[in-house]
Design a protein around this ligand. Structure first.
Ligand SMILES: Cc1ncc(COP(=O)(O)O)c(C=O)c1O
Length: 415
């Protein structure tokens, strides 16, 4: 990252792109893990080792499932090895087939979980104000082959759940939610996790709550929960008795120990995310061309993502130029979800003109920048990140020229 050659003298500010030293000596990632008490994790791991029960629905996994179900207020939580497998299993258990409507503005796993089992993800455009699925546009995509809709609570901000519920009820479609971003968030006062037929959480290392890798299906439907429990364990209903097609989606005891330990620190994680959000808000205030997305103060929210919309015309720098400028400072800001699932493979080949039907997705993907947050950073780092942004904007002409000169080095982050 810090491979830009230093010119011998430069009258401009010490931005790394202009020849200064990078502001950070270590890489600052967007999603560095939130870690609870090491001591408590060690105690739990010791208990696992003493018990010699490492996986296969052990006591830690069961305790973790119960605690997540209680926290969300849902009847069943089935913990899994990751959210992608949880999505695949939930989709299969719910009997989805044919076509399923999903946003293109999501992590690729939402689409892959369908295509993996030869169900066609039909990409729907978004509402530019909320970044979530637009129910009217979803309705227009329903065909005789459509069996369901999977909404994604992007950034933890809830989908239009009521409208999607009404639509799916009326058109007899199954509704599920990819809630990978949304643990600890609420919709009209009710915790996300209990809506639709099922909701899927991710406990990946970068998420608000991590289990190293992990995920879960949440549902209030006892039959579905039973089916999912079978499916994530090869279809075993007991020793030597396989009654279903299944796979291996099990969460390990060590992962559950991490989850239980991190759950005990969830309030701390939330406080750090909130502090960081407000710090970015203060530091970026008044910058024409940059707007930090808002979270609804009337709802519960995990503030997991610092999402900024860049208006290139007003800022004088493009989103990609800003990402590249931060990159050489060792700040690995990200362009989420760029370029959109519809432009990734295999979907880009299957539907080469999909972009024409997804104008808002295309525009949003080109203007979003996600900045680092979480317990690993605080106001000092955020002040520095925002100072870099302000300085780059103040010296945009020199920055643009330097970026063009160093384009080969910056290939990974330039378009
Ligand atoms: C919206 C969304 N869905 C699904 C996933 C997949 O989660 P996992 O990494 O746990 O498989 C992610 C992960 O980042 C995600 O952001």
């Amino acid at each position: 990252m810090s491979t830009i050659q230093k010119p011998s003298t430069h009258p401009l500010p010490a931005l790394a792109i202009l020849g200064g030293a990078p502001a950070f000596s270590e890489l600052l990632h967007v999603g560095r893990p939130n870690l609870g008490s090491r001591e408590k994790l060690h105690q739990r791991v010791n208990r696992i080792l003493d018990r010699k029960w490492l996986t296969n629905n052990g006591p830690m996994v069961r305790e973790f499932e119960q605690k997540i179900a209680n926290f969300v207020g849902v009847k069943h939580c089935i913990a899994m090895c990751n959210a992608t497998v949880a999505l695949e299993i939930a989709i299969r258990a719910a009997g989805l087939r044919g076509e399923v409507i999903v946003p293109s503005y999501t992590f690729i796993a939402t689409a892959h979980a369908l295509q993996w089992q030869e169900i066609t993800p039909v990409f729907c455009d978004l509402d530019p104000l909320t970044h979530n699925l637009d129910p009217a546009k979803a309705e227009a995509l329903i065909t005789p082959r459509t069996t369901g809709v999977i909404g994604v609570h992007v950034w933890g901000r809830p989908c239009p759940i009521d409208e999607l519920t009404a639509l799916c009820h009326e058109r007899k479609l199954t509704l599920m939610f990819d809630a990978a971003h949304a643990l600890g968030c609420s919709y009209k006062g009710r915790m996300i996790g209990g809506f639709g037929l099922a909701e899927i959480l991710s406990f990946h290392a970068t998420k608000f709550l991590n289990t190293f890798e992990g995920g879960a299906v949440l549902t209030n439907d006892a039959e579905l929960a039973k089916k999912i429990r079978l499916m994530k364990n090869f279809g075993f209903a007991g020793y030597d008795n396989v009654i279903y097609i299944g796979t291996n989606g099990k969460m390990t005891e060590v992962c559950a120990a991490m989850g239980l330990t991190n759950l005990e620190s969830l309030d701390e994680f939330l406080a750090a995310n909130q502090r960081n959000y407000h710090c970015y808000q203060a530091c970026l205030q008044g910058m024409d061309g940059l707007s930090l997305i808002q979270y609804d103060a009337g709802e519960r929210c995990n503030y997991q993502y610092i999402v900024v919309e860049v208006d290139e015309r007003r800022l004088g720098l493009s989103r990609d130029q800003l990402v590249a400028t931060l990159y050489v400072e060792n700040v690995l800001a990200r362009k989420y979800f760029w370029p959109g699932c519809h432009r990734m493979q295999p979907y880009g080949s299957y539907f080469p003109h999909a972009g024409l039907l997804l104008p808002e997705t295309e525009k949003l993907g080109a203007r979003i920048i996600v900045l680092p947050t979480g317990t690993a950073i605080g106001p000092a780092e955020i002040n520095t990140i925002c100072r870099i942004i302000r300085t780059a904007v103040a010296h945009r002409e020199a920055v643009c020229e330097a970026l063009a000169t160093h384009a080969p080095v910056l290939r990974p982050v330039l378009p």
